[in-house]
Write a protein that binds this ligand. Structure first.
Ligand SMILES: [Zn+2]
Ligand SMILES: [Zn+2]
Length: 220
């Protein structure tokens, strides 16, 4: 997409999709404040965790990495019944707001095009995290359920942080961390309109891109 059409889309997005009272810092505070408090709350529920129960952490990490891959390769890039808002926000908006040629946001107000809206955060938590947490409490133990909740929410916050970091200006101190630079190159290749439906569906760590053969490492 040419630079002019990205600029035109950004102007249109800010007019049509960013409410007048939107403040990026409040969105950040909601995501990391409420999300961080929920992780801390789940950790505080743990009682005398047995060695085997700690396995819930790596298992949840792998499961969530798979969910990130599947969600992004599936409904975020292909219209699925009942999940239209997810497709609209990602393919029709996020990928037109940011391309591989124009990855940086222009200000905190543009976080609206990066972070999950609070309403979708609550939807994902109640539709996916909560039922599995309740099932684990019943089938395994309350400790396993709380470890699952804490790890999956922590993973989500890590996802939001990394994705935001990829879209920060290159001069920002966080954007200069070596790990961020390496992971950003993968996400930037995914923002190439000709590649977005084919590769680099993991937004954090490319484990399932490697497993399913969709990892694309661009040449520097
Ligand atoms: Zn992105
Ligand atoms: Zn995408």
């Amino acid at each position: 997409m040419a630079a002019e059409s990205v600029a035109a889309f950004r102007a249109q997005y800010r007019r049509e999709h960013v409410p007048a009272g939107y403040r990026g810092w409040r969105h950040l505070l909601f995501t990391f404040g409420i999300g961080g408090a929920a992780v801390a709350g789940a950790i505080l529920q743990l009682e005398q965790v047995r060695p085997l129960e700690w396995l819930a952490i790596p298992l949840t990490f792998i499961y969530t990495n798979f969910a990130e891959y599947w969600g992004h390769r599936g409904p975020m890039h292909h219209l699925k019944r009942g999940l239209r808002p997810v497709y609209e926000r990602h393919t029709r908006q996020h990928h037109r707001f940011f391309t591989d040629q124009r990855m940086e946001l222009d200000g905190l107000g543009d976080l609206r095009a990066v972070l999950f809206p609070p309403v979708l955060m609550i939807f994902f938590f109640t539709a996916f995290a909560l039922p599995l947490g309740l099932a684990l409490a019943w089938a395994a133990s309350p400790n396993v359920a709380w470890l699952y909740i804490a790890t999956s929410l922590g993973y989500f916050l890590n996802y939001e942080f990394l994705h935001m970091a990829y879209h920060l200006p290159a001069s920002h101190p966080v954007a200069r961390w070596p790990l961020i630079g390496r992971l950003k190159r993968l996400h930037q290749a995914h923002h190439d309109p000709s590649l977005m439906a084919r590769c680099n569906f993991n937004i954090t760590y490319p484990i399932f891109d490697a497993v399913f053969g969709t990892l694309h490492r661009p040449r520097r």
